[in-house]
Design a protein around this ligand. Structure first.
Ligand SMILES: Nc1ncnc2c1ncn2[C@@H]1O[C@H](COP(=O)(O)OP(=O)(O)OP(=O)(O)O)[C@@H](O)[C@H]1O
Length: 233
């Protein structure tokens, strides 16, 4: 369970998050939707212990990230693509992440296979397409067989087949009892993947709940989104 409560973040005079509160529950895929600059990455960075809030808490199974006894098994994450150095091979990158997290080496082949990169393990990351980079980022996130997945814009750069594939992967993770939180600004993809929605605009939560409830009264998620955020088309 991921629990964000009363999260506020200020950069100098600028408030980028105001009292952000929501949960992502086991067995559910939760979509974190908002326009560019709404505060999605800022929230996820705090949740993953990469930044500190001005106020509020962001907890993973009841603890802040930095207090997790075995973080790689509690939460797998992907922010900004794979984060791998261009000169490394996919396998080297995963070996480095596995070593740092105390994950057995056999998991490297398992995750390469799981994300469809079994044939590209010895390819340098600099030669990867955007979609392959996203797959490698997911492979790293899956290494520790984590209970929760936190993914920032995971469908960026994926072609239709890739989007279909990631939808199945995330569904499978949630159906097996895992928690999935993914951010996106792509409404149609989010509507296809998620059970629960959290909509953020201008650093404030404007809607949370099951997808069907958030859309209720609107023709589509897109209509609901523009009505709730007041964003221009
Ligand atoms: N270190 C910082 N100093 C000042 N402002 C910041 C800093 N980091 C983020 N911001 C601002 O906080 C706001 C929220 O940014 P954030 O990256 O969280 O949005 P986002 O919803 O993830 O959008 P995007 O999809 O464009 O990444 C933006 O206006 C951004 O300019």
């Amino acid at each position: 369970m991921l629990s964000i409560s009363g999260l506020t973040k200020r950069h100098g005079p600028r408030t980028v998050l105001s009292d952000v509160t929501f949960q992502a529950r086991p067995g559910r895929v939760t979509g974190f939707l908002g326009p560019n600059g709404a505060g999605k990455s800022s929230t996820l960075r705090i949740l993953l212990g990469l930044d500190r809030p001005t106020a509020g808490t962001a907890l993973i199974d009841g603890r802040p990230y930095r207090k997790l006894p075995d973080p790689i098994r509690a939460v797998g994450s992907m922010l900004d693509g794979s984060g791998a150095h261009r000169s490394r091979t996919a396998r080297n990158h995963l070996a480095w992440v596995a070593r740092a997290g105390g994950v057995p080496k056999r998991r490297i082949d398992e995750v390469l296979d799981q994300v469809g990169l079994a044939g590209a393990g010895r390819t340098r990351v600099g030669k990867f397409s955007l979609g392959m980079g996203q797959r490698l980022g997911l492979a790293a996130a899956l290494l520790g067989e984590p209970a929760a997945l936190v993914l920032d814009e995971p469908v960026n750069g994926l072609d239709p087949e890739g989007i279909r594939w990631i939808r199945g992967l995330l569904r499978g993770h949630a159906d097996a009892g895992g928690t999935v939180l993914l951010s996106s600004h792509l409404m149609s993809e989010v509507a296809e993947i998620t059970d629960d929605l959290v909509i953020i605009a201008g650093g404030r939560i404007v809607a949370t709940g099951p997808l069907t409830e958030v859309i209720a009264g609107h023709a589509t998620l897109e209509e609901a989104f523009f009505a709730l955020t007041g964003a221009d088309r």
